[in-house]
Design a protein around this ligand. Structure first.
Ligand SMILES: [Zn+2]
Length: 408
């Protein structure tokens, strides 16, 4: 059986000064359009009007490009500007599906990027390490590996003062036969992920070395005189460390998701919603802020993003291997005894230790959570397979139902 595989290849660009200035302008134009459209949607909401759809926003974009006030928008390529409106649409639907917080305004220097969606306008010349992009011309890039497949779209981004190009391609590959058995995963605080077989991965915030340096750099920055050259330098340093921490996190997530997906045919994971996790950190009236201290070492939203990203990676990497990701509703997974089935909050006396009050079974609490997730996954999977129609149940993903996604 053949399947389409999407994959992204990322390279550092080596732009000329003029190309850099243009990329900065294009990213700025995209940010402007995104923020303007978001402000407009908010106003419409406050007036009780319906949200504008993508087509409606594109019509407005044409007006903005033609108006004297914002005529400079016409200098930027039109497709990336439209893509930014698509991104806003996606941000809204993620919000409505409770997968993300309400869309926020973009700030300069935060994920500056723009995307060319039309392969016909992109020319990749791998032999000469050049890529042609509309209104930028031929750009040199650090050619470190072959790009496989046909180009679908290209994203240009700025990170840590450097410009990157991410080339997404599609190619047909043989559907692999999944290797390994089934496993459940418990996502925790003390450990990023614990598997039902007892394997575990360090917490996401274990980048202490970087974080100490970041704190020092931030302190140094706060002592610098405003608008001075030294302040500029200190600020660049802070941004560099930020991007290094981001890279270390991305690297960690990729390594972890690769290791797990390569060794298992079926992976079960709790279907946690991002906003639920944020709430549990703040605590309930019953248990005020039990998780607050544990999470305070790491910005909550970063932790949530990390988990979300981890799950996304597991999903497409398992699909590549011909495996399955099964999401199960988080019901009593931390309070059920895997030995006798007794459900009680008392089973979990501390965050780390599980001890069944009924049968006396003892085990690390995260391992117990993972075992229960695996069981729930098995039950869910069995239902799905016996379903004659074979339609994937909500929250589960059939890996062979379509192309796997990969965006770095
Ligand atoms: Zn028990």
């Amino acid at each position: 059986m053949r399947m389409q595989r999407l994959k992204a290849f990322k390279f550092e660009l080596r732009p000329t000064g003029e190309q850099q200035r243009r990329m900065r302008r294009f990213a700025g134009s995209c940010r402007f359009v995104y923020n303007k459209a978001l402000a407009l949607q908010k106003e419409r909401y406050e007036r009780g009007e319906k949200k504008l759809g993508y087509a409606g926003l594109c019509k407005l974009l044409t007006e903005w490009r033609n108006s004297d006030e914002t005529a400079w928008l016409a200098d930027a390529p039109v497709h990336p500007l439209q893509q930014t409106l698509k991104d806003l649409e996606r941000a809204y639907s993620n919000f409505f599906a409770k997968r993300a917080d309400f869309p926020r305004f973009k700030k300069k220097g935060q994920r500056d990027s723009f995307r060319y969606p039309d392969p016909k306008q992109i020319k990749l010349d791998q032999g000469n390490s050049r890529i042609f992009l509309p209104k930028l011309g031929r750009l040199r890039y650090r050619n470190s590996r072959d790009v496989l497949g046909t180009v679908k779209n290209v994203t240009v981004s700025l990170s840590g003062g450097k410009w990157f190009v991410s080339i997404q391609t599609e190619r047909e590959v043989e559907q692999p036969i999944p290797q390994g058995g089934a496993v459940g995963i418990d996502m925790g605080l003390a450990r990023f992920a614990t598997l039902s077989d007892g394997t575990f991965y360090a917490p996401l915030n274990s980048f202490k070395r970087h974080e100490t340096r970041l704190r020092k750099a931030q302190q140094a920055l706060s002592r610098k005189v405003k608008f001075s050259n030294n302040r500029k330098k200190a600020k660049a340093r802070v941004q560099r460390i930020h991007s290094r921490i981001g890279n270390a996190r991305r690297d960690f997530l990729h390594k972890t998701s690769t290791a797990i997906s390569q060794n298992h045919a079926m992976v079960c994971i709790e279907d946690l919603q991002v906003r639920n996790m944020s709430r549990s950190a703040a605590g309930t009236t019953e248990q005020p802020g039990r998780n607050v201290r544990a999470k305070s070492g790491l910005n909550k939203s970063i932790l949530d993003q990390g988990r979300f990203e981890f799950r996304r990676q597991l999903d497409y990497k398992l699909a590549w291997q011909g495996g399955w990701l099964v999401a199960v509703p988080p019901q009593n997974t931390s309070r059920t005894c895997p030995c006798c089935g007794h459900v009680s909050a008392d089973n979990r006396q501390t965050q780390a230790r599980f001890a069944c009050v009924e049968c006396g079974f003892e085990e690390n609490a995260e391992v117990v959570g993972a075992i229960n997730v695996l069981r729930a996954g098995h039950a869910r999977f069995a239902c799905e397979v016996s379903d004659a129609v074979g339609s994937p149940a909500a929250g589960t993903h059939r890996s062979d139902s379509g192309a796997a996604q990969c965006r770095p």
